[in-house]
Design a binder for this molecule. Sequence first.
Ligand code: C6P
Length: 436
Amino acid sequence: MLTFDFITLLIYIVHLILQILSIFFVLCVKTMFSVESVRSDFPILSSEVNGKSLIYLDNAATAQKPDCVIQAVNQYYRKENSNIHRGVFYLSEQATTAYESTRDLVADFLSAEKSSEIIFCKGVTEGINLVANGFSRSILKEGDEVLISEMEHHANIVPWQIACGQTGAILKIIPVLEEGSLDMDAYKSLLSEKTKLVAIVHVSNALGTINPVKEMIALAHAQDIPVLVDGAQSAPHMEIDVQDLDCDFFVASGHKLFAPTGVGMLYGKESWLERLPPYQSGGDMIEKVDFGGTTYKGLPGKFEAGTPNISGVIGLRSAIHYLNDLDRFGASTHEQSLLGKATAALNEIDGLRIIGTTRNKASVVSFVFDEIHAHDVGTFLDAGGISVRTGHHCTMPLLKRFKVPATARASFSFYNNESDVNALIEALHKMKVFFG
Ligand code: C6P
């Protein structure tokens, strides 16, 4: 009897262990990153250009959209379209809920403390303009300084030039070292009691360099200086935790995050957003309008005047759900492996020079040829179905620093595969023969 009980117990334990193992296995397989499986989520990847299969390597400019995002926007216009915050009828309330719940989702996605710290905008350009406009109207005075770097995108240069021009503040520049990283000694020495803001790119769109923003923020905060982080190129490649970074502002564009164009997000610490005046004005951002004077809504409404990009926000909601369901660690490991393979193979090509060789890079690689103009590189690759960006990448001062007028840039997303890298390298070898 005792032996029978023991055997039953043993069978029961083995059965339990097998069940736990099978659940674990199913969970692993379900969440494990598989490039071939994610590729099938993006309909455009199976299309052709110039009679060749599309090889899309311009993800830093804009990312392709998964089917769920395309469907979400389609569904919204087919069945749910209506304006938000205005109607008491069913569709308007549905649209308002969808819009506002996306704000909660974005707050979670960026690990913000409160949803009211998330402002929907057109993208990084508009987000930075909003902050620069607020600083020029309420913070900056003659002789103050704004600190940016030599590797900024024009979107994080020109708004500050305008703000400085309007206030008499001075724009200071952190230099870039030869391998494409920031001169951190220069950064430390540029911080002073005159500095009223540091505005810095997280990941360079032209070089791929990942900047040590957390360390830079801590250094600035030690002197009570707020920091804005341009996350256009970081949010698509890494998980962002604005509370851990402790940045005061963070901006990202939806279209680089697999969402539609024309929608983006500005995160700002509540205390900073409260301090800044409204950027645009009109409908929806007000509390009460009277010819004797107008009062504004609190956060976030104060910064969202007029009918926003509702369908864009609906698409963004779907894109964030998609990213939340993705094994992002696996995706980023895969991107890094593509970057490593591409870099090694590009370095083997005679007459090719990579611009931006620092070790800590996102999956962006910029290169030039001694004898062939970047635009010719781009045109040749396009004939083979390969899309790369060529030109100054809206970083003219950076290219001037490297003494090149233009580069060709391949930027990889998690849906690119090894054969995309091989096709690029093969095409560049053919191009060398073609141009003699
Ligand atoms: N870079 C590129 O091909 P918008 O256009 O507002 O979504 O993003 C502007 C922007 C700001 N900062 C960085 C670091 C960026 O990379 C970009 C957009 C694209 O590199 C288009 S120029």
